[in-house]
Design a protein around this ligand. Structure first.
Ligand code: HEC
Ligand code: HEC
Length: 218
């Protein structure tokens, strides 16, 4: 009888160990980084990007807690966007202000907002006619993103900004234009999606070519 009891206790203890090791505390080694990242975020970013990360801060900031955005950028993108900022747009460069660890924790915290896994359909090659893209840009984009992609706070981001273009691929620009950012002023542009623009795939590609052409002039 005693032996059976001891055996039972051992089983219970093994059970508890298995449960704990499978729980978030140990498997989610990110959880510490998330907590640390939240502190850095609340102190430095909340004022513009908002407590919920929807761009609802007191000062102008974009929506980071946005599934289309999160699904279109890598952790490395986020890291670079934060580290190098976008001088002259309201987005400071945090490289000189935060430690490596703080930057990495911020990325983990922001990534933790991603709840959906979205597969975007992007053309295999992005090449086209930037002059035609410029025409379309003037028609459909300039009223928010301004002349030559200069950007304007609360209206549209700075698309010709060297730090944006340096750390963003043509495919990623294409995705932002085609699919937009849900619950922001940036609606989708791709034909068939629920947007006002209804542009063809090649139209979007031509606009990407135009935006990319603004890079060399900087
Ligand atoms: C009604 C205003 C408006 C119009 C029109 C508009 N945009 Fe935007 N766009 C925005 C805003 C606002 C954002 C930032 C959204 C956010 O993340 O909070 C944005 C984001 C973007 C981004 C992502 C930039 C980044 O910094 O990550 C790209 C690329 C873009 N827009 C391109 C375009 C193009 C090209 C067009 C025209 C086909 C266009 N937009 C039309 C307002 C607009
Ligand atoms: C003073 C306001 C302000 C503060 C503070 C601020 N940002 Fe920004 N942030 C912006 C604006 C404005 C943009 C868009 C700039 C543009 O391209 O026109 C931006 C862009 C970004 C982007 C790129 C988003 C995109 O759509 O491409 C990321 C990521 C970001 N900020 C993260 C952060 C983080 C993390 C912090 C805190 C460490 C922070 N920001 C602090 C205003 C701010």
């Amino acid at each position: 009888m005693k032996k059976i009891l001891i055996g039972f206790y051992i089983l219970v203890i093994i059970g508890i160990i298995v449960c704990i090791s499978n729980s978030n505390i140990f498997t989610k080694k990110n959880s510490q980084a998330i907590v640390a990242g939240e502190k850095v975020y609340n102190k430095n970013c909340l004022v513009c990007h908002g407590a919920a990360g929807k761009g609802e801060g007191k000062k102008a900031g974009t929506a980071l807690n946005n599934q289309n955005f999160l699904n279109s950028v890598t952790d490395k993108n986020l890291y670079n966007y934060i580290k190098y900022g976008r001088e002259g747009t309201g987005m400071p460069a945090y490289g000189p202000r935060l430690s490596e660890n703080e930057l990495k924790n911020l990325v983990v915290y922001i990534r933790n907002w991603q709840t959906e896994d979205i597969q975007f359909k992007v053309p295999e090659t992005i090449t086209g006619n930037p002059a035609y893209g410029k025409k379309l840009y003037h028609l459909y984009c300039q009223n928010c993103h301004m002349e030559a992609g200069a950007g304007m706070l609360r209206m549209g981001t700075a698309l010709s900004h060297p730090q944006y273009l340096k750390f963003t691929t043509d495919e990623q620009i294409w995705i932002s234009i085609a699919y937009g950012r849900e619950e922001t002023r940036m609606g989708p542009s791709l034909k068939g999606l629920d947007g006002v623009r209804q542009l063809k795939k090649q139209d979007i590609t031509d606009i990407v070519m135009y935006i990319r052409s603004l890079e060399e002039k900087k």
